[in-house]
Structures are given as structure tokens and as C-alpha cells.
Design a protein around this ligand. Structure first.
Ligand code: ZN
Length: 305
């Protein structure tokens, strides 16, 4: 039995994983983005540690037979050390070590992985299929993971497959990574908020914009259509580099996929190398937004073996 944690921009989900399935899940409201925005880094980091420790202690009380913990984190994660040099959605934090204090406090192996890499790993293992797989996680930001020859492609600095930071609009919107015009500033939940605000002057969260889009608000529909288009623009580049044959889309915002699908498909088809058109399988995750939890837990299991 393993525990997987999916750290999101606004909440934290802790799942107990057995036989590649989540058998218990707990959600804790934790707005780490806001916390980091409003506090000096040492205060935010102490609060993040305390929140994680409390959530893990609660889960371990129920499942003391747990033998390892994997944490999927939205940021660049150094493959060798598990240190997080920088997370665009958690401003101010630099070179943090989440695992060591938790390992010492809980007396269990703890690993940290990039959240989208963890999700990609779960999607790959559970699909039972070979071949290249790209996972796109649509949430507060847009994460990307690539499985090539059965392995996660992490890069030398843990920054491979940062698809959300491909620049789709030169000199465009400012991004937490330090650049401008990154895809996730248009195609994530926060991007949809900005798309809508730039047309209407009204700042709403992405879920509310989705509701308005479904009730016929054309600006809300356009905000999602723009997200779909930007996502496809970046994905076409990635597919030209990786030639993966499967793409799985997950994350909380994938629930609004029907609002993005048409522009996504049109742009992807237009931008792909013609010989690749129609040969890439695009699907929504069937793991009920639990891919990140399962993947983080399974990665902890691999390290423990
Ligand atoms: Zn960026």
C-alpha cells in the first residue's frame, strides 16, 4: 500500500493506492499559490510542510501499513535530488526540499516528482499499451509529461516537457516562469480567466466561465475556444519533436473539454506535419482526475523496491 499526493494550485489530494487503484481519497483545501503570493518564502514553505505533514498523518492513521509516499508537485523537480528549484505557480519559492523533513517526521520513504510526469506514468502503466505517450494536465497551469520507451523523460534539470511554457504569443502575457506569452497563460484555468477578462473586464473563475459558456455567453465560449487553440498550437510543436502516438488530457479543467475541442482539433490538424494528421490518438483521461495521485504513489513504490 502506497500514498500518492497531488498538490494543486488550490487544493491538495491525498490518496491511498493499492494495486494501481485509489482506495481512499481525502481533499484538503490549500491555496498554496495565494499563500506564496502573500507571504515571505520561509513562512509559505513552513505552512506547506505543516499542511502536507498533517494530511499525511491523517491518512497514515487510517492506513498504517503504508510503505512509501509519493508527492506530485506542480513545479520543476530535479530528478536526482527531488529538490524543487522553482515553481511558476508558487511564486518566491526557490530550491526547496519537501521530501527530507517529511521523511524524517514520518519515518517512511518520501519522493517528490513533477505532477504531470507522475500522471503520465500512471496513464502509461494503466493503459497497458506501448508507444510514446504525452499527458497534458489542465489545471491552474498546464503541465506536460512524456513517456518514451516506457520511461518518464525528465531532462537534465527536471524541466523536460514544460509544454505550458512554450511561447505561443511573443511578448504576450507575463508568466510566473519569468517569460512572456507562455501557453498556460491562455490555456489553463487562470488563462481562461484572463481570456474572459480581456474581452469583458470581468474577472471570474474558469468554472463559472464554463457555466456561462454553456448558457450561451459568447465571450465565455470565446475564452475557452482560445484556450483550445493555444493548447493545440503548443502540442503540435511537441508532437513534431517527440512523434508520440498518444495524447491523454486530464486535470480539473478537462471537464470543460467540449468547450475547447473544436478549436483544438482544427488548430492541431492545421499545424501538424501533414503526414501525421489523423495518426495521433487524442483522448481524455479515464482515471477520474486521479492519475497524478496514482502515478506519484507508484513512483514511490518503484523507489522503495
Ligand atoms: Zn512560462
Amino acid at each position: 500500500m502506497l500514498i500518492g499526493v497531488d498538490v494543486g494550485g488550490t487544493n491538495l489530494r491525498v490518496g491511498v493506492v493499492q494495486e494501481k487503484r485509489v482506495i481512499a481519497e481525502q481533499r484538503v483545501h490549500a491555496d498554496f499559490s495565494r499563500l506564496c503570493h502573500d507571504n515571505p518564502p520561509e513562512i509559505s514553505l513552513a505552512a506547506i510542510h505543516a499542511t502536507l505533514l498533517q494530511a499525511l498523518r491523517n491518512a497514515l492513521k487510517e492506513h498504517p501499513e503504508t510503505r512509501g509516499i509519493g508527492i506530485g508537485f506542480p513545479g520543476f523537480v530535479q530528478p536526482a535530488t527531488g529538490h524543487i528549484p522553482h515553481s511558476p505557480n508558487l511564486p518566491g519559492l526557490r530550491d526547496i526540499d519537501l521530501a527530507t523533513p517529511l521523511r524524517e517526521a514520518l519515518g517512511l520513504p518520501v519522493i517528490v516528482a513533477n505532477d504531470a510526469n507522475a500522471a503520465a506514468y500512471a496513464e502509461f502503466l494503466l493503459s497497458g499499451q506501448e508507444g510514446g505517450l504525452i499527458y497534458l494536465g489542465l489545471g491552474t497551469g498546464v503541465g506536460g509529461g512524456l513517456i518514451h520507451h516506457g520511461k518518464i523523460v525528465q531532462g537534465d534539470h527536471g524541466m523536460a516537457m514544460e509544454i505550458g511554457h512554450l511561447i505561443v504569443e511573443p511578448d504576450g502575457r507575463e508568466c510566473g516562469c519569468g517569460n512572456r506569452g507562455c501557453m498556460e497563460r491562455y490555456a489553463s484555468a487562470s488563462g481562461v480567466t484572463l481570456n474572459y477578462a480581456s474581452a469583458t473586464g470581468e474577472t471570474l473563475d474558469a468554472q463559472e466561465i464554463a457555466q456561462r459558456a454553456r448558457s450561451g455567453d459568447t465571450h465565455a465560449q470565446a475564452a475557452y475556444a482560445q484556450a483550445g487553440e493555444r493548447l493545440a498550437q503548443a502540442l503540435a510543436h511537441i508532437l513534431k519533436v517527440t512523434d508520440a502516438s498518444r495524447v491523454i488530457i486530464g486535470g480539473g479543467m478537462s471537464k470543460a473539454w467540449p468547450l475547447m475541442r473544436e478549436t483544438f482539433e482544427r488548430r492541431l490538424n492545421a499545424d501538424l506535419i501533414p503526414a501525421l494528421r489523423g495518426r495521433v490518438e487524442i483522448s481524455l483521461s479515464a482515471l477520474n482526475d486521479q492519475a497524478g495521485i496514482i502515478g506519484a504513489a507508484l513512483l514511490a513504490g518503484v523507489c522503495d523496491d
